[in-house]
Write a protein that binds this ligand. Structure first.
Ligand SMILES: Cc1cc2nc3c(=O)[nH]c(=O)nc-3n(C[C@H](O)[C@H](O)[C@H](O)COP(=O)(O)O)c2cc1C
Length: 256
C-alpha cells in the first residue's frame, strides 16, 4: 500500500511527516564544489560545498554557497577567506577522491589539505593551491558575495560568485576525440541524506533545433577549431568592465 501524496508549506513551519527531511534529496545530483582558499594570514583551507554550480559560461563563472557555521557562529572559513582575499579554487571531486573530500569537511581552523591527505599543486594566477589528485581545477577571482538571510543560524547563506580566470585539465582525462572523459573521471555528486552518486552513465541528446551536425560540432567546439556557445547565440560585448559593472548595479537596484 503506497503512502498518501505529500503536500506541505515550509514557510508555515509545516513538515513532510517523513522520518527525515527530504528537501535536499529532491534537487539532485548536486556537483561538489571542493573549494580551496588561503586566508589573509596565509593559511590554506579546503572544504566541500554541494550547493555549487555554474552561473555562466561567457565569461566562465561559478558559485558556491557557505551556510553559516553553527560551531564557529560566523561564515564558513572558505567564505571568509574568499571575502578577504578575493580568490578561491574549485577542484573537481571524483569517486577516487571521495574519502579525501569527505575528510576535508571537518570544521577545523587548521589546513585541511594534510587532514584529507591530498597534495597541494601551486596555482598560477591566484594564491590558493589546487588539489593535485583532482582531474580539473578552476582558479577563480571573487565577483561578489550575496547573503541570504536564513530562518536559523545555519540557514544564513553566503553565495560566493567567482569568475574563472584559469582552467587546468589533466591530459589523461581528454578522450582521443578531444572531449572531457567523464566516465574516466567519475565526478562525485551529492544526493540527500548520506547518499552520493558518481557519474557512471552518459547519453547524448541534442536540442531540437540542432539538427545540423555542423552546429552541434560548433557547440562542442570553442577551442582552436570551434565556435563557442556564446558566439553562436550572441555577439561579444567588449565594452569596458566599468560600464558592465554599472549596468549590473543598476539591474540589481531595479530587481530589488
Ligand atoms: C559532500 C558535502 C557537501 C557539503 N556542502 C556544503 C554546502 O553546500 N554548504 C556548506 O555550508 N557546508 C557544506 N558542507 C559542510 C562543509 O564542508 C563543512 O562545514 C566545512 O567544514 C566548511 O569548511 P570551512 O569552514 O573551512 O569553509 C558539505 C559537506 C560535505 C561532506
Amino acid at each position: 500500500m503506497p503512502r498518501p501524496d505529500i503536500f506541505y508549506e515550509p514557510p508555515k513551519g509545516e513538515k513532510s511527516g517523513l522520518p527525515h527531511d527530504p528537501f535536499k534529496s529532491f534537487v539532485i545530483p548536486r556537483p561538489i564544489g571542493w573549494i580551496s582558499t588561503t586566508s589573509a594570514g596565509g593559511q590554506d583551507n579546503l572544504a566541500p560545498f554541494s550547493q555549487f554550480n555554474n552561473v555562466s559560461f561567457d565569461p566562465p563563472t561559478i558559485m558556491f554557497v557557505g551556510h553559516q557555521s553553527v560551531y564557529k557562529r560566523e561564515s564558513k572559513d572558505s567564505v571568509v577567506n574568499a571575502r578577504q582575499t578575493g580568490e578561491f579554487v574549485w577542484n573537481m571531486s571524483t569517486f577516487d577522491t571521495r574519502e579525501a573530500m569527505n575528510a576535508s569537511s571537518l570544521e577545523s581552523w587548521d589546513d585541511e589539505f594534510p587532514i584529507a591527505g591530498v597534495t597541494k599543486a601551486p596555482s598560477r594566477l591566484v594564491k590558493p593551491p589546487r588539489v593535485a589528485e583532482s582531474p580539473v581545477q578552476f582558479e577563480c577571482k571573487v565577483h561578489s558575495i550575496v547573503r541570504i538571510q536564513g530562518d536559523s543560524l545555519v540557514g544564513h547563506s553566503d553565495i560566493v560568485i567567482g569568475r574563472v580566470v584559469a582552467i587546468h585539465v589533466k591530459g589523461e582525462y581528454i578522450t582521443p576525440e578531444g572531449l572531457f572523459d567523464v566516465l574516466k573521471a567519475a565526478p562525485l555528486a551529492r544526493l540527500g541524506y548520506h547518499q552520493y552518486t558518481a557519474i557512471r552513465e552518459v547519453f547524448d541528446m541534442k536540442m531540437p533545433f540542432m539538427h545540423d551536425d555542423n552546429v552541434s560540432a560548433s557547440v562542442l567546439g570553442g577551442g582552436a577549431t570551434g565556435v563557442s556557445d556564446a558566439e553562436l547565440y550572441a555577439s561579444k560585448d567588449y565594452r569596458p568592465i566599468e560600464e558592465k559593472l554599472r549596468e549590473e548595479r543598476e539591474h540589481r537596484v531595479k530587481s530589488q
